[in-house]
Design a protein around this ligand. Structure first.
Ligand SMILES: C[S@@+](CC[C@H](N)C(=O)[O-])C[C@H]1O[C@@H](n2cnc3c(N)ncnc32)[C@H](O)[C@@H]1O
Length: 475
């Protein structure tokens, strides 16, 4: 199995960035054509782990067809069971290696994603992944690849070498051996390691390992391969099969002003090539993890209208939209009046970007004196609201405004409310959001009660229910 850890299961996780709607947003932001989501489309996840993301995407996109591949039987079994619990008929799990998948008879996909795979497999497996993408990604299709990035992991490259060596020869699972090695590193550090003195980041990493879960460490470090990459090298790798970098699914990374201060931004902007600017930006933020989106055969047909038609919405209660939001540079602050307008606009529905920007611009003009009435500034603030997570990419504008919802939207939603929770959250698919929504226990309980006609709190009715209606979780 090319030295990949299979004796301990990977953490059960869901990643919103893997949604087709999210990937389309990234493509459109940079002028590439998004893939149509209202009809049939095909989506492949390579190295799906427990398949939580693929299952929830399949639930949110009943018109899409989802294939999820992983060679770890325990992972696949859990994914199959989860899909069955939600009653899905549009997802197939392939308990097979990437190498074997090359020989399978599969139609091309509009989306191929691999999260947490690239840095953790060896060069020959990466070549297989590239061949799979080359064979199976539709022209114009989008590829998502996440990986550990350099320079952010520089200090830990050497630590990981030490960890693997100290675990070698020990008995037990990868997680148990990782645990033993971490204890040894921690005691070496207490005795004194100049490496840690010279590299404060390495010292903090040792402390974090000692506090962390051995299972996570096993999957992070104990595979035979662990190769963090520079973004420009990954771009070259997929460039060789005709893919072009379209943008980052870590949305803030698409906007230099949200990442670094103005001095650093202008120093980066002065560099002569895009490649140099991209590399410098990763040095500027000490980039550790990238979620890159590539488009196949983008050609020269990038168009701003793709983005104008892209739908955005609010996935939380609008009252939670605040005037500040955390971004890598620190904090971004929006004007109070703009925040009020955004809350009012997104309270009941999602909007195509251009329409939302026009409405907000009109609101600023109508409110008169003292407001920033520049159309471009309004649009930029709106993009920044999505990038900072205040708003989010959505799959669609709902067809009707459910002002007085009476029931759960579907049996899938009903089943998701009672399916195994991922770490105490209920992950509920939303077709309008084109993503899953993490619902806390209190809301899940109230929602279940409400759907049975039982009494619920006024807060639930006035705050949570409108959000759930806007997301199409109730109707
Ligand atoms: C780090 S996990 C990521 C899981 C999931 N994508 C996530 O992010 O939660 C990588 C996954 O790739 C699978 N994998 C690694 N090498 C593989 C191979 N050659 N063929 C099939 N699956 C592989 C592992 O079993 C594991 O579930």
């Amino acid at each position: 199995m090319n030295g990949y850890v299979t004796d301990s299961t990977y953490a059960d996780t869901w990643f919103r960035e893997l949604s087709p709607a999210w990937l389309n947003y990234v493509a459109a932001l940079n002028g590439s054509r998004p893939q149509p989501l209202d009809g049939a489309f095909r989506y492949l996840e390579l190295g799906c782990g427990f398949g939580t993301s693929s299952v929830l995407n399949a639930a949110a996109f009943p018109h899409g067809w989802f294939d999820a591949c992983d060679f770890n039987p325990a992972h696949v079994q859990r994914g199959v069971a989860y899909a069955a619990r939600l009653g899905l008929g549009n997802i197939t799990f392939h308990e097979t290696s990437f190498e074997e998948l090359l020989g399978a008879d599969l139609e091309p996909y509009q989306f191929i994603v691999m999260h947490g795979v690239h840095s953790w497999v060896d060069a020959s497996t990466r070549q297989v992944l590239r061949r799979l993408v080359d064979r199976l990604l539709h022209p114009g299709g989008l590829l998502y690849v996440s990986y550990n990035a350099l320079p952010g992991w520089s200090a830990e490259l050497s630590l990981r070498r030490l960890l693997v060596e100290l675990a070698a020869g020990e008995a037990g699972t990868a997680a148990q051996r990782a645990g033993i090695a971490v204890e040894r590193i921690a005691s070496l550090r207490r005795a004194g390691l100049r490496y840690c003195t010279a590299n404060p980041a390495a010292a903090s990493a040792v402390d974090a390992y000692a506090r962390g879960e051995a299972e996570y460490l096993a999957h992070e470090f104990m595979n035979e391969a662990w190769d963090p990459s520079y973004a420009i090298d990954v771009a070259d790798e997929f460039g060789a099969i005709g893919l072009e970098f379209a943008g980052s699914a870590t949305l803030t990374n698409n906007h230099l002003p949200l990442m670094v201060d103005t001095g650093t931004a202008s120093a980066i902007a002065e560099l002569p090539t895009l490649r140099q600017r991209q590399l410098a930006a990763d040095f500027a933020i000490n980039q550790r993890f990238r979620r890159d989106v590539f488009v196949r055969d983008a050609g020269s047909s990038t168009r701003p209208e793709y983005f104008e038609q892209t739908v955005i919405g609010c996935a939380t209660d609008v009252e939670d939209i605040g005037a500040t939001a955390p971004v890598p540079r620190g904090e971004i602050r929006f004007h109070d009046a703009f925040v009020r307008d955004v809350r009012a606009l997104f309270a009941h529905r999602s909007w195509p970007f251009a329409q939302a920007a026009a409405e907000l611009h009109a609101a600023a003009v109508n409110s008169g004196a003292g407001r920033d009435q520049d159309r471009a500034a309004v649009a930029r603030n709106l993009v920044f609201m999505v990038a900072s997570g205040v708003l989010a990419p959505f799959a669609m504008v709902p067809s009707a405004d459910p002002t007085r919802p009476t029931r759960l939207a579907s049996t899938t939603v009903e089943r998701a409310l009672t399916a195994d929770a991922v770490r105490l959250r209920r992950l509920v698919p939303s077709a309008v959001h084109g993503n899953a929504v993490a619902i806390d226990e209190e809301t899940a309980t109230a929602l279940a009660k409400w759907s049975r006609g039982e009494e619920v709190s006024e807060t639930f009715v006035s705050r949570r229910l409108p959000t759930l209606a806007r997301l199409g979780i109730v109707r």
